[in-house]
Design a protein around this ligand. Structure first.
Ligand SMILES: Nc1ncnc2c1ncn2[C@@H]1O[C@H](COP(=O)(O)OP(=O)(O)OP(=O)(O)O)[C@@H](O)[C@H]1O
Length: 279
């Protein structure tokens, strides 16, 4: 597997403050990679350096084989970017806006198809400034993918989306990933990261705290299950690596156990543990 993004010792200092403190990252072609971390962790700074929007203080970065601090227009046309701050509300309609941005790219997608993909067909003729916050965010996503990017950066893309729009957006991202687009996602929604990401990294105070897949991050894959049930003697809770065996023993294989639940730590539990250790 080849590397779409390679970062070594990335550092960004502002006067009196280190925002990114020596980060290493490898993001492979065709994967959905998520950056997680609390507010101010350094995610947006990192992503903006990789997009070529911000200069790093030191360290190495290669994005689609080029240094983002020096790369030109041809390289930029291979990227799709959905920034954290939404597009300014314009007088143009949705269709006009998407057609307008399509002209910046050598091989754009069909504008109407993109409007449909982001679920804005019914609003295609509406002025962007008349749209709701979540609908404007969908315009941002449309503009991020209109250029048929090889690498798509999504910085908190679903903020303001209703649950149905988020699900629809997840389907869109899955489709892009299946078509081979590499996707770098920052999100505060752990269910979103779990649904979409092949791998993720947790950043706190500008450093990597943990990385892995959503299933294995921070030892999640090996974590013990918590089995809870109740009987005539009261409520019970036990931790075990072998929940099936425990349930079989306690129930004698046949007795119905009241209130039986078997849970393992969620990605959110693991994430909060990791962040707790750091702060
Ligand atoms: N232009 C700037 N000048 C000075 N400090 C900055 C600047 N931009 C960001 N910072 C600081 O750098 C740190 C990292 O910010 P960054 O926006 O990268 O965090 P983040 O992880 O994206 O947070 P969030 O989840 O809130 O978006 C913060 O402490 C922030 O205040």
């Amino acid at each position: 597997m080849t590397t779409a993004v390679r970062v070594r010792g990335l550092r960004k200092e502002y006067p009196g403050h280190v925002a990114v403190a020596g980060l290493d990252l490898d993001i492979h072609h065709g994967e959905v990679f998520a950056l997680l971390g609390p507010n101010g962790a350094g995610k947006t700074t990192t992503v903006e350096i990789l997009e070529g929007h911000r200069q790093r203080t030191s360290g190495e970065a290669a994005v689609l084989g080029e240094d983002p601090g020096k790369a030109g227009r041809a390289w930029r046309a291979r990227l799709g970017i959905v920034l954290q701050t939404a597009t300014d509300a314009a007088e143009l309609t949705v269709t006009e806006t998407v057609h307008h941005f399509a002209k910046y790219y050598p091989n754009p997608r069909d504008a109407e198809e993109v409007i449909d993909l982001v679920g804005l067909t019914e609003k295609a003729g509406a002025r962007v400034k008349s749209l709701s916050g979540g609908q404007r965010r969908r315009v941002d996503v449309a503009l991020g993918i209109i250029g048929r990017p090889e690498l798509l950066f999504l910085d908190e893309p679903t903020t303001g989306f209703d649950p149905e729009a988020r699900r629809q957006f997840w389907g869109l991202i899955e489709g892009l990933a299946e078509d081979g687009t590499t996707i770098v996602l920052t999100s505060h929604y752990l269910d979103e990261v779990e649904a979409l990401a092949d791998r993720l990294v947790v950043i706190a105070n500008g450093s990597v705290v943990a990385q892995g897949s959503p299933e294995t991050l921070g030892g999640r894959g090996q974590a013990e299950a918590i089995v809870r049930w109740s009987d005539e003697t009261g409520e019970h809770e036990e931790r075990t690596a072998y929940p099936t065996k425990l349930v079989t023993q306690v129930s004698g294989g046949t007795r119905e156990l009241a209130g039986l639940t078997v849970t393992r730590p969620s990605l959110e539990d693991i994430y909060l543990d990791l962040i707790g250790e750091k702060s």
